[in-house]
Design a protein around this ligand. Sequence first.
Ligand SMILES: C[S@@+](CC[C@H](N)C(=O)[O-])C[C@H]1O[C@@H](n2cnc3c(N)ncnc32)[C@H](O)[C@@H]1O
Length: 255
Amino acid sequence: MKYSSSVRSDFEKRANRYELDSMWVTSDTINNVPFLFFSQQDTLGDVIDVGGGTAYLSNYLCRQLRHNSITVIDLSSSMLDIARLRMPDAIIINESIERFYENNETKYDTILARQIFHYVDDVDNIVGILHKMLNKNGILYVGQFVVSDNDSNLWHESFIKKISVNRKRSFIDKEFISLFTNEGFEVVKTEYTPYEENIKSFYNRSTNLGINYGELYDYSVSSLKESVKNDLLIRITDDNLFFTVKFLHLFLTIK
Ligand SMILES: C[S@@+](CC[C@H](N)C(=O)[O-])C[C@H]1O[C@@H](n2cnc3c(N)ncnc32)[C@H](O)[C@@H]1O
């Protein structure tokens, strides 16, 4: 199964600014949810952070919680350079999840998969791989921004696609969770963290050089339905638009 090489080059360019530009990555409010969940276990066992990037999350957990080993796998070598500095003892693998799985049948006790599902070519394929990689009593933690209904999803998806060809889709929470339960996962726990984003911050991370900010602003404002304004708690100013999405924390085990 191929992966998109344009995702790799996107993160090669963005690596040094990644944690500054995407402030949710380092948010204690977001990181504490998996931390509190996993702190109730004796050990994380063998951990893999798939699409782990700069390994902020895996380090957040593993620097304080007992574990046997930690592996970080990512397409981008520049993201992994930061991970390596952060966690010198981690096993770092510069490979796609898809290709890694073709050559490796190791199973893990804890799998972390945060904010990767809108980038991958084939979500069902990745969910299937994660199912095969997880030990019988292991936990897969998924962190992903989602919205609640179809109209919000249409608005959010068309907006994110305008600024990046690599962000391939947006998710409605119930449908997203079904991707995992249909594959043989059982939900152990879900939790949501509301998170306010704004289009100017997204534009600064844009990889689509063909769109200027004025066009993005006009499009984002004019394409809003009333229901979406309410659902995403939209706030519009003269030069920006703020919207609130939900960060879904999903803890899964094998059914
Ligand atoms: C938004 S970042 C998330 C990084 C990290 N999980 C976190 O929460 O900070 C998405 C990461 O997924 C990686 N990625 C996307 N598709 C991938 C694939 N098919 N295989 C491996 N890594 C992938 C990207 O290179 C990037 O580092």
